[in-house]
Design a protein around this ligand. Structure first.
Ligand code: SAM
Length: 279
């Protein structure tokens, strides 16, 4: 009979944030697959767990997922952890789950720490629907395009971000989504944990002035009819074109650049500008 694949969440900053059940599973599994064996060994040593470890990370994910699936097929119970938080959430995990399903193994996910869930529930923004977008692209143009794609989703938007990109990223959020309310959670569960709330423009200005450290989650209010123009609104696109013209670009160049940022084809960009002229 195939074994069980356990997806075990580990702490994201405070070693005490692990459940009794997670510790039991880590202790009794035949094998623990983890991103960095030295990192996970520290957690296991803290709880006096001596289960065998094997590395499972982005560079060996595919091959290792097959090996783990074979072990599951042969009846072993395997626990998967990442360096922090829930495996599979912006961390390896997905491939071993798909291979384990193919191998007929039982898949059990254990509840535990996940940064975006903590940031979401403490943000003060609507929780009836949330969209988690992982990490935004590193480059500004791609980032704005990605944001334009999700701007109109009727849900609170959540992204992971790095300290060196947070200010630029918040600026792009404002440009692509409008000046919505937002919350930035930093260093959750750690000594310097804080959640800062304000508009996207206020938060961008704050993090530009106060060079940030640590790990970040950005939570952004959903689009609504009377706030934040959706990116498909002609007014919003035209405002960006005018902004670029004011920065010194001629109209054609401004339109090309804005169209790229908003992920629009040239014809669609012309149509939007034209429809604004006709208002
Ligand atoms: N698997 C993790 C989870 O369940 O949240 C996410 C891992 S991902 C590689 C790392 C990113 O998660 C960080 O760059 C940050 O955006 C977010 N993150 C992780 N721990 C955090 C913390 N303690 N406070 C704020 N954000 C955190």
């Amino acid at each position: 009979m195939p074994g069980t694949l356990y997806l075990v969440a580990t702490p994201i900053g405070n070693l005490a944030d692990i459940t009794v059940r997670a510790l039991d599973v880590l202790r009794s599994a035949d094998l623990i697959a983890c991103e960095d064996t030295r990192h996970t060994r520290k957690l296991l040593d803290h709880y006096q767990i001596s289960t065998k470890l094997v590395s499972y990370h982005e560079h060996n994910e595919e091959a290792r997922a097959l090996e783990l699936a074979k072990k599951l097929e042969d009846g072993s119970n395997v626990a998967v952890v990442s360096d922090a938080g829930t495996p599979g959430i912006c961390d390896p995990g997905f491939k071993v789950v798909t291979r384990a399903i193919e191998a007929g193994a039982n898949i059990i996910a254990l509840p535990g720490a996940c940064a975006f869930v903590l940031a979401a529930v403490s943000s003060g923004l609507g929780m009836d629907a949330i969209y988690f977008g992982g990490f935004l692209p590193a480059r500004s143009g791609e980032r704005r395009r990605r944001l334009a794609e999700v701007a109109d989703i009727p849900a609170t938007l959540i992204f992971y971000e790095t300290p060196h990109r947070i200010a630029a990223s918040l600026k792009d959020c404002e440009a692509a989504l409008g000046n919505r309310k937002a919350a930035v959670a930093r260093e959750l569960t750690k000594l310097h944990e804080e959640t800062r709330r304000g508009t996207l423009a206020e938060l961008a200005a704050y993090f530009e002035e106060n060079v940030p450290k640590g790990e970040f989650v950005v939570v952004i209010e959903r689009a609504s009819e009377d706030k934040a123009l959706p990116t498909s609104e002609p007014g919003h696109f035209a405002a960006r074109v005018s902004e670029l013209e004011a920065e010194g670009l001629d109209r054609r160049a401004a339109m090309r650049k804005a169209a790229k940022e908003f992920g629009l084809q040239r014809a669609e960009a012309y149509r939007l500008l034209q429809s604004q002229k006709d208002l």
